[in-house]
Structure formats: C-alpha cells, structure tokens
Design a protein around this ligand. Structure first.
Ligand code: NAG
Ligand code: NAG
Length: 248
C-alpha cells in the first residue's frame, strides 16, 4: 500500500464545534499512558488511556484509490487534502461510552461530499467503510461506531446499525437502505427547516487492551436502546435530543 513512511495527515481541520460527552459511570482512577495524539500514528492502548482517531468527510469515491481500493485517509495516495474534504479529530477514553457531536450549523456535510470514514493508525491503519451522512435530500444524524482492539492495537472500526428499529413508522424520518434513519435535509436548520441536524456519534469499544483486559463498553451499548444515551447528556438536550424527544 505504498510508502507508509511518507504518510501524513494533510486534511483541513473542521472549523466547527466538537464535543465529547462521556457516560458518567464506572469512575476509575484513570491515568493516560498513551502519548500518541495524532490519528495517523500507531499505538497500543490500555483501559483508561485516551485514544486519538479521525473522521474524514468527503465523497464516497474520494476514499477509493483507483476507483476500487479503499485506503485510509492517512494514505497520501488518496490526496484528500487537495479535494473537497474536512477532518475532525477526537480523543475519547478507551472503554468509556462516549457521544461525539459535530455541530452542523457552520459545517454542512453534504457540502463536503456527504460521506464519512473513521480511521486511525499508520502501519496498522484501520478505517471504517464510508458511511452516508447527507445529500441534498436526506441527512442521517445518528451513528454508532465500534472501535475494535486486539491486545491494545486497533483492528477495525465499524458502523453499527439497528435497521431503523428506533424510528419505525415516524413520518418525519425515512429509513434509507433499510439501515439508516434519515431526516429530510429540507427540514434541517439553515436548509429551510427547524430541526437541528447536528451529528451524534455514539462510540463503543470491543476486544482487548494491551494487558488483555476485555473492553466491555460495546456490550453496555448493545443493551441500551440505540438513542437512549442522548438523554443522559443534559448539555445536548436542546440540540440533539429535542428532535428525538418528540417521538418517544
Ligand atoms: C487501476 O485500475 C486499472 C483498471 O482496473 C488497472 O488496469 C490499473 O493497473 C490500476 N492501477 C493501479 C495503480 O492499481
Ligand atoms: C440522496 O441519497 C439517497 C440515499 O442514498 C438517494 O436515494 C437519493 O437519490 C440521493 N439524492 C440525491 C439528490 O443525490
């Protein structure tokens, strides 16, 4: 996959408000032992470390090399920096359920190709498949991302979908491809509507840390209803949750 040594991240950083909220349970004495803060570097983590990963927004095709092979956004073969793309970097704590939010009032994902890829690592590069976020017709605002580790090394990032189960029958939402619950883009603020279409990404961890301790947060999320976490974040109640409260 090319000269990995020359890989570096050359994407414009999102000039938007990023928030990480963490579920206030399982308070452990926690010390960070992971000194790697760049998403295109390799690391091994343990529970309670911070872990840095990126989310790149661009078109689905822009994540493919030669229109066929999906590469990490860290790979310079993609030349994401020279096309219409944006990057957000997050540093959640390993094995804590986190909700990442991206305020879409100054940044609208359909202006940047409408797809997103989660990624981290260089030699051990991991990337999710591109997820549809928005086009001029539909916007998906809720995602669940699982980061899977093996002995503390990132193995995989994948989107977990619930097949629109949470929204079955809600007329304001459309179920796209039997997997994503979408809002009409014309219902979003700044697009003619009144709904806050900020993105919410619920994070969970699975696998094992570098001491082979099992990462459990995925099992906790699985047992919760997909959107139930939003209600726990009072600071987000006015933006992300208000759109859902109407339906519960
Ligand atoms: C790109 O794709 C074309 C057609 O499939 C193929 O012939 C070519 O070898 C590929 N180039 C690289 C660098 O993989
Ligand atoms: C937007 O995306 C949806 C779902 O992939 C698709 O059905 C629709 O045709 C797209 N609309 C436009 C204008 O591209």
């Amino acid at each position: 996959m090319g000269n990995l040594k020359s890989q570096q991240l050359l994407l414009p950083l999102l000039p938007i408000l990023l928030t990480i909220a963490t579920l206030p349970t399982k308070t452990k004495a926690s010390t960070n032992t992971n000194g790697v803060y760049l998403p295109c570097s390799d690391t091994k983590v343990q529970t309670s470390d911070g872990f840095t990963f990126g989310l790149a927004f661009s078109s689905r095709e822009s994540f493919l090399f030669n229109l066929s092979q999906q590469l990490s956004p860290c790979d310079t073969h993609l030349a994401l920096s020279s096309i219409n793309s944006q990057l957000a970097v997050f540093r959640p704590k390993v094995d804590e359920i986190s909700l990442l939010t991206i305020n879409t009032s100054p940044f609208f994902p359909d202006s940047y190709g409408g797809s997103m890829v989660a990624f981290a690592g260089r030699r051990y590069a991991g990337r999710s498949i591109p997820a549809f976020v928005a086009n001029s017709t539909f916007t998906v605002t809720s995602f669940t991302l699982v980061l899977e580790f093996k002995k503390g090394r990132l193995q995989n990032l994948y989107w977990k979908r619930d097949g629109c189960a949470s929204y079955a029958g809600q007329s304001n939402f459309v179920c796209l491809n039997k997997q994503d619950c979408a809002i009409r883009t014309s219902d979003c603020k700044n697009r003619g509507g009144s709904v806050d279409c900020s993105l919410g990404i619920q994070l969970a961890f699975s696998g094992t840390d570098k001491h082979l301790a099992v990462l459990n947060s995925w099992y906790e999320v699985k047992n919760l209803r997909q959107y139930s976490l939003y209600g726990l974040y009072s600071n987000l109640r006015d933006s992300l949750t208000s759109q859902y409260n109407k339906f519960f």
